[in-house]
Design a binder for this molecule. Sequence first.
Ligand SMILES: Cc1ncc(C[n+]2csc(CCOP(=O)(O)OP(=O)(O)O)c2C)c(N)n1
Ligand SMILES: [Mg+2]
Length: 234
Amino acid sequence: MNAKDERKYDKNTPIPHDVLLAAYRRMKTIRVFEDRLHEDYKTGSVPGFTHLYAGQEATAVGICSHLTDEDQIASTHRGHGHCIAKGVDVMAMMKEIYGRQGGVCNGKGGSMHIADLSKGMLGANGILGAGAPLACGAALADKLAGKGHVAVVFGGDGGVNEGAVLESMNLASVWKLPMMFVVANNHYAQSTPQQRTTSVTSYEDRAKGFGMPAVTVDGLDFFAVYRTAGELIA
Ligand SMILES: Cc1ncc(C[n+]2csc(CCOP(=O)(O)OP(=O)(O)O)c2C)c(N)n1
Ligand SMILES: [Mg+2]
């Protein structure tokens, strides 16, 4: 059976207990993992950079709760939460961040390059916007093979202005790719406020320019994200 046929979602059906428990466990894992990493980072023992995802757990988990290992995601410089939400092994992630053997990428990538294809995690990415073409490719390959999976690319209010993201949105729309662009709007790109980087106040308006449906949802509210993502993915 094509995976698409199994992808039904009814927002009026209560969320199953096991799904809620798994979601809570993943959100809690993200917070505990990053609180520990934050402490370690201050000691200077962690090589390279780390960008924390703590506080945005509901977004990654609300969306990834609907995804299987065959659905693929592409992430950002702030990728730990997306990895954990997609089921990447946390011990191997921590080893990766420390540059150790046994890390997800054998310690060669570090925090911003954690990728685990067995979990459909195409990778965190140090280059803003670079995940969008990857997710487009994943969605296109899946569509051509008729498998019925989806691809999701996560980004921020800064990264969404990168040319690669806008070109990807255009292609995704023209080719009707089974994919979703997530813009996690925390109103800042490093120190630059959103109104200085973005010509529209609503990303729904931007999506309209590409002829694609879009909704705005409170990314801190797991239930709101879960329901919205469920409907969009179905
Ligand atoms: C192509 C590129 N330009 C600039 C940077 C430097 N940079 C790293 S994070 C960041 C801001 C990202 O803002 P946003 O997309 O809103 O994500 P947030 O950090 O707020 O989650 C910038 C400019 C980069 N990594 N890649
Ligand atoms: Mg931002």
